[in-house]
Design a protein around this ligand. Structure first.
Ligand code: MN
Ligand code: MN
Length: 466
């Protein structure tokens, strides 16, 4: 390998002084706190808004009410359904000259409760679920789960629910068959060993009331829920309750160099993009951090990237500068540059056959640029322009950000996509770049603290200087 390639494929840790090693470790402590408590898209967006407001960001609706004149240096946020967020730091140049966008998603694979979830079977109260996103179903049994989400009552009251995160909280879970009776199950294909309709969660076993009554265990659970949250069985109809892995993010490895957490995909890129935009000072181009929902199910819906909410918010902001036209908005979007911030697959020595070692991301080797994703012959991929990648190489090197280049896996082994292609429809330059992880979409994913810190530094350099 030539010297310059060694630089591209070197360890982040080798580039760090003792001080930078400590900075990266400290940065991950903040991330661990965030990802330990924010386990739904709503929780992520609510927390981002809380911090953004503390840091001087003002809601777009409030500015519209006041007819505020937007000017350089303004910090603005717009939110949709508490699940998708766009943060703006207005730059010195006119919006027409284009934006610097970093976009990530805040939804993660999980088990959603169905709208009529609660039932009783053989003395146990159970909850029916419908899995969300791409999961290997067998990974979600016999692991402690917590329930996070909201129940919206008919009068519009939103009840926040979190069960299973405090030390003295109960956890819930999905059972699996004992090995002693698994002869038939063990002969099945892995994808069929646990079926979607088998992912039922056990939530109770104490009966309530008269022995002659039916469903007494279910009745007791309903009483507990009513006592604690004031909700009834019918309220499940208008609820969004998600079963997620219970417990906090932990240091991973004897050297504490990595973080094991639920939801790195893609909260690790959302958090680093968020922290990066908080640091932006007086940028030339207007900076935009996008935190979207529904990526794991195809970026659909009003809060997914294919929705018009970002374009609409952009139009409103441009209008508030007093210089709006349809043509200027189109130019603004077409002249923009975007980092599609999403996780990549890190090379796993336990499964070397699915990657091609020379074009794989590695834990601890920095921010991973994926020129293209997609399947088979790059199907569905954004495939960034070489010119844009050259610009990003120059930028990252100038800011001493350690980066690497990768594909998601071996050719024809599978693949995946991100929100990159959706923003590219405006004609802007977009490239995928994010943090490599092990165990993507499993209940507990692993990322390197060095890569997490380099992602934040890379996104910050892009906002400030691209
Ligand atoms: Mn993702
Ligand atoms: Mn994903």
């Amino acid at each position: 390998m030539t010297e310059s390639l060694e630089k591209v494929y070197g360890y982040v840790w080798d580039s760090y002084s003792d001080d930078s090693t400590k900075e990266s470790m400290d940065f991950s402590e903040g991330y661990k706190d965030f990802v330990s408590t924010c386990k739904t898209e709503r929780e992520c967006i609510t927390e981002f808004i809380r911090i953004a407001e503390e840091q001087g960001f003002v809601g777009l609706d409030a500015l519209l009410d006041k007819g505020h004149q937007v000017k350089s240096g303004d910090k603005i946020y717009a939110v949709t359904a508490q699940k998708a967020l766009v943060l703006f730091v207005i730059g010195r140049e006119p919006l027409e000259n284009g934006l610097r966008i970093v976009g990530a998603h805040v939804d993660s694979p999980r088990l959603d409760l169905k709208q009529n979830p609660l039932y009783e079977d053989s003395g146990l109260a159970m909850l029916k679920t419908h899995y969300y996103g791409g999961i290997k179903k067998y990974q979600w049994v016999t692991t402690p789960l917590a329930i996070h989400g909201v129940v919206v009552k008919k009068d519009g009251t939103v009840v926040n629910v979190v069960i299973g995160e405090e030390d003295n909280d109960p956890v819930v879970g999905v059972s699996d068959l004992l090995i002693h009776l698994s002869k038939d199950q063990m002969d099945k294909k892995m994808s069929q060993a646990i079926e979607g309709e088998d992912l039922n969660i056990t939530v109770g076993s104490i009966p309530l009331g008269d022995k002659e009554d039916k469903d007494r265990v279910k009745k007791n659970i309903l009483k507990l829920l009513n006592d604690k949250y004031g909700i009834t069985e019918e309220d499940f109809v208008s609820a969004e309750l998600e079963a997620v892995p219970a417990g906090k993010a932990r240091d991973y490895g004897f050297d504490q160099s990595m973080v094991m957490a639920y939801g790195h995909d893609d909260r690790v890129c959302a958090y680093t993009a968020f922290r990066a935009i908080l640091d932006v000072k007086d940028p030339k181009k207007t900076c935009v951090a996008l935190m979207v929902d529904k990526e794991e199910i195809g970026s659909v819906g009003a809060t997914g990237m294919t929705s018009k909410f970002f374009e609409n918010a952009m139009a409103e902001v441009m209008n508030l500068t007093g210089d709006y036209s349809e043509l200027k908005l189109r130019r603004c979007l077409a002249k923009s540059k975007m980092l599609s911030a999403d996780v990549s697959a890190a090379y796993d020595p336990n499964f070397p056959s699915v990657t091609e070692a020379k074009n794989s991301a590695y834990l601890g080797k920095g921010l991973s640029f994926n020129k293209y994703t997609g399947v088979r012959g790059k199907g569905g991929s954004n495939d960034a322009n070489a010119e844009f990648l050259a610009e990003m190489r120059e930028l990252m090197d100038k800011h001493n950000v350690t980066w690497q280049t990768a594909e998601l896996g071996k050719v024809d082994q599978g693949g995946g996509g991100t929100i990159a292609y959706i923003l590219a429809e405006y004609g802007m330059d977009v490239v995928d770049c994010g943090v490599p992880v092990h165990n993507m979409h499993a209940p507990w994913e692993v990322a390197s603290k060095a890569d997490i810190y380099e992602a934040m530094r890379g996104y910050r350099a892009f906002f400030q200087d691209a």
